[in-house]
Write a protein that binds this ligand. Structure first.
Ligand code: SAM
Length: 362
């Protein structure tokens, strides 16, 4: 049977391919134009369209155009996109926000979602143009599109102030989308000193310190990020219990004297060999009985999902460093074994991001 590509077919108006149903032409067309669907989301996010329609349900096309100060044709394009993709609904010429967005807007996660949209647009998007070449060469060819001389994306952020602020706003939000589960599931009652390797702006260090008043945390970060980390710690009022050590976790020795070492959104960046190296350094720095914590998105051991893990892996393959991806639970556990750790505990988190944690013991 020949597949037909009929853009007027009601099937094509459906959503992207999901679950176990076989891919059809509608799903394939969503993939084909996935980048354009994202542009409607990004434009609506930047124009605050969803907030406008949520606060004023039933606005007409002309009213939306006037409020957003868009020309008629521009309004037509935007509304064609956001209605056909299901983000707005229209009934008798009056627009409403889709239920999923309406619910999200009412939560603290709304700004986190918008920060993620901005990250996809201003950090991820361009580098993905080099995805095929990154696969061919098994390295992050997309980094060539980021101005600067730093050896990886993180060492180039300080050379690109707009990208740096979008990145750290997103990183905080992406962590916050899942770290309440980290706080809940990670029992730190017997931990007094935790090392947060590549801890970014201390978003997870702060959450863990606030939930565990006896705990002190040290964030190990590269020198250009140190001031960002210090600022957030001081704004949170935790300079007495959270400190920063700047250095390079690959070339410098790991700081000593910690009973737990955490890698949060860290072991998705590097190759599996580099992950084993980092875990071995953590193992050597820990006392007997000390623990390592891996907190990030995980893919399944079958290598076929979840889809958010797959879509996020394009970025990690093409841009930040030589080679990373959303690895499977089993791949992390293999690295942990090779580094000497035992007693692995897998804890998948609920929610739309594929986050989870693995805890292992020396
Ligand atoms: C993906 S971010 C994760 C930040 C934070 N852990 C979080 O979950 O929000 C990775 C962080 O690792 C830091 N990093 C990268 N290379 C590093 C290195 N060689 N030594 C120490 N930190 C590094 C980056 O500066 C960046 O802040």
């Amino acid at each position: 049977m020949t597949a037909t590509f009929d853009k007027t077919s009601p099937a094509v108006a459906g959503g992207p391919p999901v679950g176990d149903s076989p891919l059809d032409m509608a799903g394939l067309s969503w993939i084909l134009f996935g980048h354009a669907a994202f542009q409607y989301l990004n434009a609506a996010s930047e124009l605050d369209l969803f907030e406008l329609v949520r606060d004023n349900p039933g606005l007409t096309r002309a009213e939306i155009g006037a409020k957003l100060q868009l020309a008629e044709r521009a309004t037509d394009v935007l509304l064609l996109g956001v209605t056909s993709t299901g983000m707005l609904t229209v009934d008798s010429g009056r627009y409403h926000v889709a239920a999923v967005l309406e619910q999200l807007i009412d939560t603290d996660d709304w700004q986190r979602f918008k920060d993620t949209v901005a990250f996809e647009q201003y950090v991820v998007y361009e580098g993905q143009l080099d995805f095929t070449e990154s696969l061919r060469t098994n390295s992050n060819v997309g980094l060539r599109r980021v101005r600067g001389t730093g050896r990886d994306l993180y060492h180039r952020l300080s050379e690109n102030p707009h990208m740096e602020s979008v990145f750290y706003r997103y990183m905080r939000s992406w962590s916050e989308l899942a770290n309440q589960h980290l706080v809940e599931k990670l029992d730190l009652s017997a931990t007094t000193r935790l090392l947060d390797c590549g801890g970014g702006d201390a978003v997870n260090a702060i959450a863990l310190a606030e939930a565990n008043p006896h705990l002190s945390v040290t964030v190990f970060e590269i020198p250009p990020t140190g001031p960002i980390t210090e600022k957030k710690i001081s704004e949170a009022g935790h300079a007495d219990r959270i400190s920063v050590i700047t250095g390079d976790m690959f070339s410098d020795p790991f700081p000593q004297g910690f009973d737990t070492v955490m890698f949060a959104h860290q072991l998705v960046i590097w190759t599996l060999e580099e992950n084993t190296t980092l875990l071995r350094k953590a193992y050597e720095a820990l006392p007997e009985g000390g623990r390592v914590v891996i907190f990030n998105s995980m893919s399944n051991d079958e290598g076929d999902g979840p889809v958010v893990a797959a879509l996020d892996s394009v970025y990690f393959a093409a841009l930040p460093a030589e080679g990373g991806m959303i690895y499977s639970w089993a791949q992390h556990e293999k690295c942990l074994s090779e580094a000497g750790f035992r007693d692995f505990q897998r804890i998948p988190f609920p929610g739309w991001t594929p986050h989870g944690v693995i805890i292992a013991t020396k």
